[in-house]
Design a protein around this ligand. Structure first.
Ligand code: GAR
Length: 199
């Protein structure tokens, strides 16, 4: 079976990218996916150096001071030679323009640290903490042209009982994110590999 080629986009720490890289190397995604590029809009993102340490191809395009369409045109040009089957967002803190979404229709996936029907945009764990939620839901969804409005692929609950700080909320959430993202991608890629016309 051909492996799905994935490009990961991130803007910061990169803990989800690291988790996916381990799964692709010798875990759940080992037969399923190959990370062909890790790219960032922040050249200084910690996630980029972590990707380099893991031996992955990396690239960055600074987004600062650029108009959205200009940046996304550069992003598309960067991605093209890597021929990714999927764009996997892992803490990528920018909204993609329609030009990117339409180039990879139904092929861009995001992980969001909340139920996208209840909270969109940044700071999903702050929201859960400030709202005193006893549980929150991590969402993996396809990206459309809106802000966290794309079709939900799967959700997983995070128990927040007994959390006494935002750091604890985030810690519990990330522990779930790291395993959950790979599981959802595994199912998604399995379906894509079996679809008519796929290799
Ligand atoms: C993760 O919690 C991810 O769900 C969230 O950013 C964090 C990135 O952490 N994404 C969003 O908020 C997207 N709206 P990481 O860089 O350590 O993977």
């Amino acid at each position: 079976m051909n492996k799905q080629r994935i490009a990961i986009l991130l803007s910061g720490r990169g803990s989800n990218m690291v988790a996916l890289a381990h799964q692709a190397r010798d875990g759940l995604l080992a037969e399923r996916a190959e990370i062909v590029l890790v790219a960032s809009n922040k050249p200084e993102a910690a996630g980029l150096s972590k990707a380099r340490e893991l031996g992955l191809a990396t690239a960055s395009i600074p987004s600062k001071g650029k108009r959205r369409a200009e940046f996304d045109a550069e992003l598309l040009a960067l991605l093209e030679p890597f021929a990714p089957d999927w764009i996997v967002l892992a803490g990528y803190m920018r909204i993609l323009t329609p030009q990117v979404v339409r180039r990879y229709p139904g092929r861009i996936v995001n992980i969001h640290p909340a139920d996208t029907r209840e909270h969109q945009g940044l700071h999903g764990y702050d929201w859960a903490w400030e709202s005193k939620l006893q549980s929150t839901r991590i969402t993996v969804h396809l990206v459309d042209e809106g802000l966290d409005t794309g079709p939900i692929l799967a959700q997983r609950a995070v128990d927040l009982h007994g959390c006494t700080s935002l750091e604890q909320v985030e810690q519990r959430g990330l522990a779930v994110e790291h395993g959950f993202y790979a599981e959802v991608l595994d199912t998604l890629f399995e379906g894509a590999a079996q679809a008519p016309g796929s290799a």
